[in-house]
Write a protein that binds this ligand. Structure first.
Ligand code: ACO
Length: 316
């Protein structure tokens, strides 16, 4: 399990922003075109509505610009852009290049595809760049899953949606906010959740559910051990927003009360790479971290990837 070396240059978030697809689609809207109903979707997933629309680069440009504005930084001061997405606008080039241009950045830009764990994968990579001398990294998680969803398939159409969340990560003089992290993948489980190029998401929902709880708990426990903290020390858990029952089962096994969980999926649905930053940053009235809180980010996704990080909120 990797540990953060002593004396490594630290970082913290100094600004953030979010974006959602412009069209709101309720469960009742979906029930007009497929054999489903609001009660089933709410009870089995927790989702009440979702936001659809926009391309990955468009949503990224909105959340990224808001993050830079809040941080009070000029585009020319960003040293790297990392875009976590599993729904790029094009196969080539990386959508990060499109976003770099839209935002007027003059720095390296690359995509990270780790499905719904993407934002935490990108976060750990961004810390690596800062350890290597970058001052400021713009980190964006965006997915437009509506484009790869079969809107006649009730098994998947009720779950997926579009959104984006971004943060400016800046070097600090002290240890910074990252206390521990974990990145995992199990490619042998690829066939339970995938989309062919040009195709729609195919999913064995029950098997994904079963594995999701196990790998989230495992990754979170590794990060906590790595950081030298326990579940009792965690003030806020920000889990991937796939299904309220997955979040509840994971919290239960970790011994973290649901009252500490940031949950926005009732409003957003599953937005993959955007899901953790939306739960952390979007102004949707949910649990939010305060200065000094220990925050556990934990995601899982196709691959099957899992990723977690422990942040001391606002630490210099
Ligand atoms: N509306 C109404 N009924 C439905 C619907 C629907 N949308 N979908 C399924 N049903 C029916 C089924 O046909 C079944 O009926 P039956 O009992 O007559 O056969 C019944 O409801 C139960 O279906 P299950 O599939 O057993 O439902 P389950 O409780 O497993 O919930 C769900 C399905 C919501 C998909 C759940 O398994 C889940 O959340 N899995 C994880 C999915 C996930 O997280 N995916 C994203 C991964 S992240 C990424 O990388 C994109």
């Amino acid at each position: 399990m990797p540990k953060i070396p002593d004396h490594v240059r630290g970082a913290r978030f100094t600004g953030w922003g979010t974006a959602l697809g412009h069209k709101v689609v309720t469960n009742d809207d979906l029930a007009k075109t497929m054999d489903t109903n609001d009660e089933w979707v709410r009870e089995r997933t927790g989702i009440q509505r979702r936001h659809i629309g926009g391309s990955t680069s468009e949503l990224s440009a909105i959340s990224g610009a808001a993050a830079m504005k809040m941080a009070g930084v000029d585009p020319s001061s960003i040293d790297a852009l990392i875009l976590a997405t599993t729904t790029p606008d094009r196969t080539v080039p990386g959508t990060s290049a499109t976003v770099q241009n839209l935002l007027g950045l003059s720095c390296g830009a690359f995509d990270v595809n780790a499905a719904c764990s993407g934002f935490v994968y990108a976060l750990v990579n961004a810390h690596g760049l800062i350890a290597m001398g970058a001052e400021r990294v713009l980190l964006i998680g965006t997915d437009t899953l509506a484009r790869i969803t079969d809107w006649t398939d009730r098994n998947t159409a009720v779950l997926f949606a579009d959104g984006s969340g971004a943060a400016v990560l800046e070097a600090t003089s002290g240890r910074g906010h990252l206390l521990g992290w974990d990145l995992d993948a199990d490619g042998s489980a690829e066939e339970i959740l995938y989309a062919e190029i040009g195709g729609n998401i195919q999913m064995e929902g029950k098997e994904v559910f079963r594995r999701a709880v196990r790998i989230m708990v495992d990754s979170a426990q590794k990060s906590m051990a790595h950081a030298g903290v326990t579940a009792d020390d965690i003030s806020v858990i920000v889990p991937h927003q796939a299904n309220i029952r997955i979040i509840s089962a994971a919290c239960d096994r970790l011994g973290i009360p649901m009252s500490k969980a940031a949950v926005v999926l009732q409003e957003t649905g599953n937005t993959s790479s955007a899901s953790i930053p939306l739960a952390l940053f979007a102004d949707l009235g949910q649990t939010k971290p305060k200065q000094g809180d220990l925050v556990l980010l934990v995601g899982f996704g196709a691959g099957m990837t899992a990723a977690s990080a422990i942040l001391e909120w606002g630490a210099q």
